[in-house]
Design a protein. Structure first.
Length: 323
Protein backbone atom coordinates (compact mmCIF):
# COMPACT_ATOMS: atom_id res chain seq x y z
CA UNK A 1 0.00 0.00 0.00
CA UNK A 2 1.11 3.57 -0.66
CA UNK A 3 -0.06 7.10 0.04
CA UNK A 4 -1.45 8.84 -3.05
CA UNK A 5 -3.32 12.04 -3.94
CA UNK A 6 -6.52 11.06 -5.71
CA UNK A 7 -8.97 12.97 -7.88
CA UNK A 8 -12.41 11.33 -7.57
CA UNK A 9 -14.40 14.28 -8.98
CA UNK A 10 -13.30 17.25 -11.07
CA UNK A 11 -13.09 20.59 -9.31
CA UNK A 12 -10.86 22.99 -7.43
CA UNK A 13 -7.78 22.10 -5.37
CA UNK A 14 -10.07 20.76 -2.59
CA UNK A 15 -10.84 17.63 -4.66
CA UNK A 16 -7.24 16.45 -4.17
CA UNK A 17 -7.45 13.94 -1.33
CA UNK A 18 -4.80 11.87 0.39
CA UNK A 19 -5.68 8.16 0.38
CA UNK A 20 -3.98 4.82 0.74
CA UNK A 21 -3.98 2.68 -2.40
CA UNK A 22 -2.45 -0.59 -3.55
CA UNK A 23 0.50 -0.31 -5.92
CA UNK A 24 0.73 -3.91 -7.09
CA UNK A 25 3.41 -5.67 -9.07
CA UNK A 26 4.57 -4.25 -12.40
CA UNK A 27 3.05 -5.88 -15.49
CA UNK A 28 4.82 -6.45 -18.81
CA UNK A 29 6.82 -3.37 -19.81
CA UNK A 30 6.19 -1.66 -16.46
CA UNK A 31 8.46 -0.37 -13.70
CA UNK A 32 7.67 0.35 -10.04
CA UNK A 33 9.30 3.53 -8.76
CA UNK A 34 9.61 4.76 -5.16
CA UNK A 35 9.39 8.53 -5.55
CA UNK A 36 11.89 10.87 -3.91
CA UNK A 37 10.41 14.07 -5.35
CA UNK A 38 7.45 14.88 -7.59
CA UNK A 39 7.31 17.77 -10.06
CA UNK A 40 4.29 20.08 -9.92
CA UNK A 41 3.04 21.19 -13.34
CA UNK A 42 0.20 23.34 -14.59
CA UNK A 43 -1.12 20.36 -16.55
CA UNK A 44 -1.85 18.71 -13.17
CA UNK A 45 -4.41 21.47 -12.53
CA UNK A 46 -6.04 21.07 -15.98
CA UNK A 47 -6.53 17.35 -15.32
CA UNK A 48 -7.86 18.01 -11.82
CA UNK A 49 -10.37 20.60 -13.07
CA UNK A 50 -11.46 18.45 -16.01
CA UNK A 51 -10.16 20.85 -18.70
CA UNK A 52 -8.01 17.95 -19.97
CA UNK A 53 -10.04 14.73 -19.76
CA UNK A 54 -8.63 11.88 -17.67
CA UNK A 55 -10.97 9.03 -16.61
CA UNK A 56 -11.96 9.27 -12.92
CA UNK A 57 -10.77 8.36 -10.39
CA UNK A 58 -7.05 8.93 -10.94
CA UNK A 59 -3.91 9.67 -9.00
CA UNK A 60 -2.78 13.21 -9.93
CA UNK A 61 0.60 14.27 -11.25
CA UNK A 62 2.70 13.73 -14.34
CA UNK A 63 6.37 13.95 -13.35
CA UNK A 64 8.67 12.54 -10.71
CA UNK A 65 12.02 11.13 -9.71
CA UNK A 66 12.87 8.13 -7.57
CA UNK A 67 14.45 4.70 -7.46
CA UNK A 68 13.31 1.49 -9.12
CA UNK A 69 11.81 -1.03 -6.66
CA UNK A 70 10.53 -3.65 -9.14
CA UNK A 71 10.82 -4.48 -12.84
CA UNK A 72 8.05 -6.12 -14.84
CA UNK A 73 8.55 -8.79 -17.50
CA UNK A 74 10.05 -7.61 -20.80
CA UNK A 75 11.71 -4.55 -19.26
CA UNK A 76 15.31 -4.20 -20.37
CA UNK A 77 17.98 -1.58 -19.78
CA UNK A 78 16.98 -0.77 -16.18
CA UNK A 79 18.02 -2.27 -12.81
CA UNK A 80 16.69 -2.36 -9.25
CA UNK A 81 17.77 0.64 -7.17
CA UNK A 82 18.50 2.75 -10.25
CA UNK A 83 17.80 6.51 -10.03
CA UNK A 84 15.24 7.43 -12.66
CA UNK A 85 12.88 10.22 -13.64
CA UNK A 86 9.68 10.07 -15.65
CA UNK A 87 7.01 12.16 -17.29
CA UNK A 88 3.47 10.89 -17.76
CA UNK A 89 1.13 9.09 -17.55
CA UNK A 90 -0.84 10.43 -14.55
CA UNK A 91 -0.12 8.86 -11.17
CA UNK A 92 2.93 10.77 -9.91
CA UNK A 93 1.48 12.19 -6.64
CA UNK A 94 2.23 9.07 -4.58
CA UNK A 95 4.96 7.53 -2.47
CA UNK A 96 5.32 4.71 -4.96
CA UNK A 97 3.80 4.02 -8.40
CA UNK A 98 3.80 1.87 -11.51
CA UNK A 99 4.46 3.27 -14.96
CA UNK A 100 5.52 2.21 -18.44
CA UNK A 101 9.29 1.85 -18.84
CA UNK A 102 8.90 3.84 -22.08
CA UNK A 103 8.25 7.01 -20.02
CA UNK A 104 11.27 6.54 -17.74
CA UNK A 105 14.81 7.86 -18.19
CA UNK A 106 17.96 7.25 -16.11
CA UNK A 107 19.13 10.22 -14.02
CA UNK A 108 22.87 10.97 -14.15
CA UNK A 109 24.71 11.11 -10.79
CA UNK A 110 25.41 14.82 -11.33
CA UNK A 111 21.71 15.72 -11.24
CA UNK A 112 20.11 16.09 -7.78
CA UNK A 113 16.83 14.31 -7.01
CA UNK A 114 14.73 17.47 -6.69
CA UNK A 115 16.26 18.97 -9.83
CA UNK A 116 15.38 15.91 -11.91
CA UNK A 117 11.83 15.85 -10.54
CA UNK A 118 11.32 19.55 -11.17
CA UNK A 119 12.97 19.76 -14.57
CA UNK A 120 12.19 16.71 -16.68
CA UNK A 121 8.74 17.61 -18.04
CA UNK A 122 9.30 21.38 -18.16
CA UNK A 123 12.86 21.09 -19.48
CA UNK A 124 12.15 18.56 -22.21
CA UNK A 125 9.26 20.81 -23.24
CA UNK A 126 11.63 23.78 -23.43
CA UNK A 127 14.01 21.60 -25.47
CA UNK A 128 11.48 20.61 -28.10
CA UNK A 129 9.93 24.09 -28.32
CA UNK A 130 13.35 25.70 -28.96
CA UNK A 131 14.92 22.94 -31.07
CA UNK A 132 12.04 21.41 -33.00
CA UNK A 133 8.86 23.53 -32.97
CA UNK A 134 11.14 26.34 -34.05
CA UNK A 135 14.90 25.86 -34.29
CA UNK A 136 16.31 28.95 -32.56
CA UNK A 137 19.15 30.62 -34.45
CA UNK A 138 21.50 33.33 -33.20
CA UNK A 139 19.84 36.65 -33.93
CA UNK A 140 16.24 35.44 -33.56
CA UNK A 141 14.12 37.65 -31.35
CA UNK A 142 11.64 35.71 -29.21
CA UNK A 143 8.90 36.68 -26.78
CA UNK A 144 8.43 34.33 -23.80
CA UNK A 145 5.41 34.80 -21.53
CA UNK A 146 5.40 33.86 -17.84
CA UNK A 147 9.20 34.06 -17.94
CA UNK A 148 9.57 33.51 -14.18
CA UNK A 149 7.44 30.34 -14.19
CA UNK A 150 8.67 26.76 -14.20
CA UNK A 151 8.76 26.30 -17.97
CA UNK A 152 9.25 29.97 -18.86
CA UNK A 153 12.37 30.32 -16.73
CA UNK A 154 13.99 27.39 -18.56
CA UNK A 155 12.87 28.71 -21.96
CA UNK A 156 14.49 32.08 -21.27
CA UNK A 157 17.82 30.58 -20.24
CA UNK A 158 17.96 28.11 -23.10
CA UNK A 159 16.85 30.58 -25.78
CA UNK A 160 19.60 32.95 -24.61
CA UNK A 161 22.17 30.17 -24.70
CA UNK A 162 21.14 29.44 -28.30
CA UNK A 163 21.82 33.06 -29.24
CA UNK A 164 18.34 34.56 -29.28
CA UNK A 165 17.42 38.03 -28.13
CA UNK A 166 14.83 37.32 -25.43
CA UNK A 167 11.93 39.53 -24.42
CA UNK A 168 10.05 38.15 -21.42
CA UNK A 169 6.82 38.99 -19.64
CA UNK A 170 5.93 38.30 -16.01
CA UNK A 171 3.47 39.48 -13.38
CA UNK A 172 5.03 41.84 -10.84
CA UNK A 173 8.46 43.26 -10.01
CA UNK A 174 9.83 40.18 -8.26
CA UNK A 175 9.07 37.97 -11.27
CA UNK A 176 10.43 40.60 -13.66
CA UNK A 177 13.72 40.53 -11.73
CA UNK A 178 13.83 36.73 -11.94
CA UNK A 179 13.34 36.85 -15.72
CA UNK A 180 16.17 39.35 -16.00
CA UNK A 181 18.41 37.18 -13.84
CA UNK A 182 17.63 34.24 -16.13
CA UNK A 183 19.08 36.26 -19.00
CA UNK A 184 16.16 38.05 -20.64
CA UNK A 185 17.31 41.15 -22.53
CA UNK A 186 14.06 42.93 -21.75
CA UNK A 187 11.38 42.07 -19.20
CA UNK A 188 7.87 43.52 -19.29
CA UNK A 189 5.53 43.51 -16.28
CA UNK A 190 2.29 42.60 -18.05
CA UNK A 191 0.32 42.99 -14.84
CA UNK A 192 1.21 46.69 -14.79
CA UNK A 193 -0.09 47.23 -18.34
CA UNK A 194 -0.13 45.72 -21.80
CA UNK A 195 2.91 44.19 -23.45
CA UNK A 196 2.28 44.75 -27.18
CA UNK A 197 3.47 48.36 -27.39
CA UNK A 198 6.61 47.57 -25.39
CA UNK A 199 7.47 44.63 -27.67
CA UNK A 200 6.80 46.69 -30.82
CA UNK A 201 9.00 49.52 -29.46
CA UNK A 202 11.80 47.12 -28.51
CA UNK A 203 11.84 45.69 -32.05
CA UNK A 204 11.58 49.08 -33.82
CA UNK A 205 8.09 48.18 -34.96
CA UNK A 206 9.16 44.97 -36.72
CA UNK A 207 7.86 42.44 -34.20
CA UNK A 208 9.44 39.25 -32.91
CA UNK A 209 10.20 36.10 -34.89
CA UNK A 210 8.51 33.71 -32.46
CA UNK A 211 6.18 33.98 -29.46
CA UNK A 212 6.20 31.19 -26.86
CA UNK A 213 2.83 31.58 -25.13
CA UNK A 214 1.90 29.22 -22.29
CA UNK A 215 -0.51 31.74 -20.74
CA UNK A 216 -3.26 31.31 -23.33
CA UNK A 217 -6.55 33.20 -23.21
CA UNK A 218 -5.38 36.49 -21.70
CA UNK A 219 -2.30 36.91 -23.92
CA UNK A 220 -3.22 35.16 -27.19
CA UNK A 221 -4.49 38.15 -29.20
CA UNK A 222 -1.71 40.41 -27.98
CA UNK A 223 0.87 37.76 -28.82
CA UNK A 224 -0.28 37.73 -32.45
CA UNK A 225 0.18 41.51 -32.51
CA UNK A 226 3.80 41.12 -31.38
CA UNK A 227 4.85 39.00 -34.37
CA UNK A 228 6.67 40.12 -37.48
CA UNK A 229 5.09 39.22 -40.83
CA UNK A 230 5.27 35.42 -41.27
CA UNK A 231 6.28 35.03 -37.62
CA UNK A 232 5.42 31.93 -35.59
CA UNK A 233 2.91 31.83 -32.74
CA UNK A 234 3.61 28.86 -30.45
CA UNK A 235 0.58 28.52 -28.18
CA UNK A 236 1.76 25.77 -25.85
CA UNK A 237 -0.47 26.19 -22.81
CA UNK A 238 -3.48 27.83 -21.19
CA UNK A 239 -2.63 28.94 -17.65
CA UNK A 240 -5.17 31.81 -17.91
CA UNK A 241 -7.78 29.71 -19.73
CA UNK A 242 -8.11 27.89 -23.06
CA UNK A 243 -7.81 29.74 -26.35
CA UNK A 244 -10.62 29.60 -28.90
CA UNK A 245 -9.38 29.36 -32.47
CA UNK A 246 -9.73 32.82 -33.99
CA UNK A 247 -11.09 33.42 -37.47
CA UNK A 248 -8.47 31.97 -39.80
CA UNK A 249 -8.32 35.35 -41.58
CA UNK A 250 -6.82 36.87 -38.42
CA UNK A 251 -3.56 35.17 -39.32
CA UNK A 252 -3.69 36.75 -42.79
CA UNK A 253 -4.59 40.20 -41.49
CA UNK A 254 -1.75 40.21 -38.96
CA UNK A 255 0.90 39.30 -41.54
CA UNK A 256 0.52 35.73 -42.87
CA UNK A 257 1.37 34.36 -39.44
CA UNK A 258 2.00 30.73 -38.56
CA UNK A 259 0.19 29.25 -35.56
CA UNK A 260 0.90 25.95 -33.82
CA UNK A 261 -0.41 24.26 -30.66
CA UNK A 262 2.34 21.75 -29.78
CA UNK A 263 2.12 18.93 -27.23
CA UNK A 264 4.73 16.75 -25.52
CA UNK A 265 2.83 13.72 -26.77
CA UNK A 266 3.46 14.67 -30.40
CA UNK A 267 7.13 15.62 -29.89
CA UNK A 268 8.30 13.31 -27.10
CA UNK A 269 5.89 10.41 -27.48
CA UNK A 270 8.50 7.74 -28.28
CA UNK A 271 11.12 6.48 -25.79
CA UNK A 272 13.85 7.59 -28.21
CA UNK A 273 12.52 11.15 -28.44
CA UNK A 274 12.12 11.38 -24.66
CA UNK A 275 15.66 10.09 -24.07
CA UNK A 276 17.14 12.51 -26.61
CA UNK A 277 15.40 15.47 -25.01
CA UNK A 278 16.23 14.31 -21.46
CA UNK A 279 19.91 13.80 -22.36
CA UNK A 280 20.08 17.33 -23.79
CA UNK A 281 18.35 18.69 -20.68
CA UNK A 282 20.58 16.90 -18.18
CA UNK A 283 23.70 17.94 -20.14
CA UNK A 284 22.54 21.57 -20.14
CA UNK A 285 21.98 21.43 -16.36
CA UNK A 286 25.32 19.71 -15.73
CA UNK A 287 27.21 22.28 -17.83
CA UNK A 288 25.54 25.20 -16.05
CA UNK A 289 23.67 26.36 -19.17
CA UNK A 290 20.43 25.87 -17.24
CA UNK A 291 19.73 26.38 -13.57
CA UNK A 292 16.53 24.97 -12.10
CA UNK A 293 15.47 27.05 -9.12
CA UNK A 294 13.05 25.19 -6.86
CA UNK A 295 10.74 27.97 -5.77
CA UNK A 296 8.40 25.87 -3.62
CA UNK A 297 8.59 22.62 -1.67
CA UNK A 298 5.54 20.93 -0.14
CA UNK A 299 4.93 17.60 1.59
CA UNK A 300 2.85 15.20 -0.53
CA UNK A 301 -0.22 15.78 1.62
CA UNK A 302 -0.13 19.54 0.83
CA UNK A 303 -0.79 19.01 -2.90
CA UNK A 304 -3.97 21.11 -2.73
CA UNK A 305 -2.00 24.03 -1.28
CA UNK A 306 0.51 23.65 -4.11
CA UNK A 307 -2.26 23.83 -6.73
CA UNK A 308 -3.81 26.88 -5.07
CA UNK A 309 -0.51 28.75 -5.18
CA UNK A 310 0.16 27.82 -8.80
CA UNK A 311 -3.28 28.86 -10.00
CA UNK A 312 -3.14 32.10 -7.96
CA UNK A 313 0.08 33.10 -9.80
CA UNK A 314 1.94 33.08 -6.47
CA UNK A 315 4.77 30.77 -7.56
CA UNK A 316 8.11 31.31 -9.24
CA UNK A 317 10.37 28.68 -10.81
CA UNK A 318 9.43 25.04 -10.31
CA UNK A 319 7.63 23.43 -7.37
CA UNK A 320 8.03 19.93 -5.97
CA UNK A 321 6.15 17.62 -3.62
CA UNK A 322 8.42 15.70 -1.27
CA UNK A 323 7.66 12.19 0.00
N1 LIG B 1 2.44 21.81 -24.51
C1 LIG B 1 3.34 21.27 -23.71
O1 LIG B 1 4.02 20.33 -24.09
C2 LIG B 1 3.54 21.84 -22.34
C3 LIG B 1 4.42 21.22 -21.45
C4 LIG B 1 4.66 21.85 -20.20
C5 LIG B 1 3.98 23.01 -19.86
N2 LIG B 1 3.08 23.52 -20.74
C6 LIG B 1 2.33 24.76 -20.41
O2 LIG B 1 3.24 25.76 -20.04
C7 LIG B 1 2.60 26.67 -19.17
C8 LIG B 1 3.47 26.85 -17.93
O3 LIG B 1 3.43 25.65 -17.17
P1 LIG B 1 4.23 25.54 -15.80
O4 LIG B 1 3.86 24.25 -15.19
O5 LIG B 1 5.67 25.87 -16.03
O6 LIG B 1 3.55 26.71 -14.93
P2 LIG B 1 4.18 28.09 -14.42
O7 LIG B 1 4.70 28.86 -15.59
O8 LIG B 1 5.12 27.83 -13.31
O9 LIG B 1 2.91 28.82 -13.85
C9 LIG B 1 2.01 29.44 -14.71
C10 LIG B 1 2.29 30.95 -14.81
O10 LIG B 1 1.42 31.49 -15.80
C11 LIG B 1 1.22 32.85 -15.51
N3 LIG B 1 -0.21 33.20 -15.60
C12 LIG B 1 -0.70 34.21 -16.34
N4 LIG B 1 -2.02 34.31 -16.18
C13 LIG B 1 -2.39 33.35 -15.32
C14 LIG B 1 -3.64 32.98 -14.75
N5 LIG B 1 -4.78 33.62 -15.05
N6 LIG B 1 -3.65 31.96 -13.88
C15 LIG B 1 -2.54 31.30 -13.56
N7 LIG B 1 -1.31 31.60 -14.08
C16 LIG B 1 -1.24 32.64 -14.95
C17 LIG B 1 1.73 33.11 -14.09
O11 LIG B 1 2.94 33.84 -14.19
P3 LIG B 1 2.86 35.46 -14.10
O12 LIG B 1 2.35 35.78 -12.74
O13 LIG B 1 4.24 35.90 -14.34
O14 LIG B 1 1.90 35.88 -15.18
C18 LIG B 1 2.00 31.73 -13.54
O15 LIG B 1 3.04 31.71 -12.61
C19 LIG B 1 1.22 26.08 -18.85
O16 LIG B 1 0.27 26.65 -19.70
C20 LIG B 1 1.41 24.62 -19.21
O17 LIG B 1 0.22 23.99 -19.56
C21 LIG B 1 2.84 22.96 -21.95
Amino acid sequence: MTRAILVRAHGGPEVLTLETVAVGAPGPGEIRVKNHAIGINFVDTYQRSGLYPVPLPFVAGNEGMGTITALGPEVTGFHLGQRVAYQGPVGAYADERLLPAARVVPVPDSIADETAAAALLKGTTAWYLLHETHRIKPGDTVLIHAAAGGTGHLLVQWAKALGARVIGTAGGPEKVALGRAAGADLMIDYRAGGFVDAVRAATNGRGVDVVYDGVGQSTFEGSLDCLRPRGLMVSFGNASGPVSIPRLMVLAEKGSLYLTRPTSAAYLGTPEALRTAAAALFAAIASGTLSVPIGHRYPLEAAAEAHRGLEARETTGAGVLLV
